[in-house]
Design a protein around this ligand. Sequence first.
Ligand SMILES: Cc1ncc(COP(=O)(O)O)c(C=O)c1O
Length: 474
Amino acid sequence: MDRTGPEPAVLAIAASTAGDPAGGPRPAGSAANDAALVTRGDFGALSRPHLSPILGRYYERSWDHGEGHTLYDSAGRGFLDFACGIATTSLGHHHPAVTQAIKDQADKLLHICNALGYLEPVGQLATLLADACPDPLDTVFFGNSGTEAVEGALKLARRVTGRPGIVAFRGAFHGRTFGAASITSSSINYRLGYEPLLPSVYLTPFPNVYRYFGDDEEAATAGAMGALRTLLGHEIPASSVAAIIIEPIQGEGGFSPAPISFLRQLRALCDENGILLICDEIQSGIARTGKMWAFEHADIVPDVVCVAKALCNGMPIGAIVSSRELQERWGVGAHGTTFGGNPVSCAAGVAVMKTIAEQGLVANAATRGDELIAGLKGLMAADERIGDVRGRGLMVGVELVKDRASREPDTETSEALVLACAEQGLLVLNCGTHHNVIRFLPPIDVTAGEIGQGVELFGAALRTLPRTGASAGI
Ligand SMILES: Cc1ncc(COP(=O)(O)O)c(C=O)c1O
C-alpha cells in the first residue's frame, strides 16, 4: 500500500473506532449521519466512502489537533510526534510564531499569483532562503510541493544545458509526477503501469553502505562511482547528460547517507563534464541533519537545490534554488505556476527561517541527533533485531534485520513496530525498499528530555514484539 512516502504499515489500532457500528457501510449522503460520526471523532468512517483509497495510511486513526511536539487523536490521546508529518512540521505543532504569521497574512491577502507582481513575504522568504545557501545559490523559484520542485529542476537542467540525459540513483524517491516518478525507484509500485516514463533517464546504483557494501564507505564510493562511469561509458555519454540528481541522504529509500567521498567525487565528475548536480533536499534540508543542507556535510555546492516539506512547517511549498545565472538562462516564461509561492505559505516560511536562526536550531539538531543515535545504539547493543543505526542530525534510521550476519531485512517486525510504537505513544514511520527501516524525524527544536523519552518508548515497543528468525535464539 502506498502513501506519500513508501509502503506503510497499516495501523489497526482502533481506539476511537473499535466496535463502532458506524465504521461499516452506511447510507450514502446522510449529512446527519456524517455529523454524528464527526461528533464521535471517527473521521475515518466519515472519510472512507468518498476519499480515494489510492493514498495508503500508516494509521487508521483520526487526528484532532497538535500542540508543540504532541499530536492528539480525536479520542484525546497525545503522541510524541517524531514523524513530523514526514519531516514537515519540524518546529512542531501550533508554533506561536508560525501560527501568528499565517493569521496575519490570511487577514491581509491570500493570493494574487506571483505572475502579477511582488509580495513582501515572498520576497522575504526568497531572501532568507538565498542567505541560507552557499554561494552562488542566490535565486529561488517557488512552487507548491516537493515533486514540483524536482519537476522544475529537471526542466531547468534540460533547457539550460540543451542536453537530454538525466541520471538518478536506484532507491531514490523524488516524487509522484511523471518526471519525478521517472527518476524514482524506491518502490516498484511508484513506476508500475506508468510506462512510458520520461525518456533519456538512467538509473545508477546508490552507494548504500550498510546494505550492499558491508559498512565500507570507501568500497561503496568506489563501487557506485565505477557503476556511474560504466553507465557514462556505455549507455549515455557524459556530454549528453544534463543533470545528475541525488538525495545526499536517501530518505524513502531507507535513510542511507551517501558517503562524503562519494558526494565529492560526484561533484568533481559533474564539473569535469558540464553536468548540473541537483541535490534533492526535500526531506533532508532546513536544518534537519544538523546543517542547513545535507550536502554541506560533504563541503560541496550543488548547482540546483530542491526544497519543500519543512520550509513552511506544513504550509504547501516547493522551491528550486540555483545561481541567478542559471535561472536567467532558463528564460522568462519557461516555467510557471498559479499557486506556487503562496503568500500565506511564504509568511509561515519566513517565521520558520527566523526561528531556526534565532534559536540556533541547526546546532540543536546536531546535538540532539548525536543523543538520539547514542540512545538507539544503546538499544542495538541489547537487541540483535537492530542491524544498523545511522543518520545525520535528526534524520536517523534504524534498520531491522532477521539476522545480523546475513542482514536479511525484517519487514514484518518493522511494520509491527510502527504500530507498537504508537501504542506506546510514539509516532515514528518506516521506510526503505524493504520497508524495514524505522525513521526518526523529531522536531528540530526537540529537547534532550524528549529524545530520551522517544528512545525509551521505542525500546518498550520493540520489547513487546516477539523475536523471530535467528534473533529469537539470543
Ligand atoms: C527526497 C524527496 N523528494 C521529493 C519528495 C516529494 O515531495 P512531495 O510529496 O511534497 O511532492 C519527497 C517526499 O517524501 C522526498 O522525500
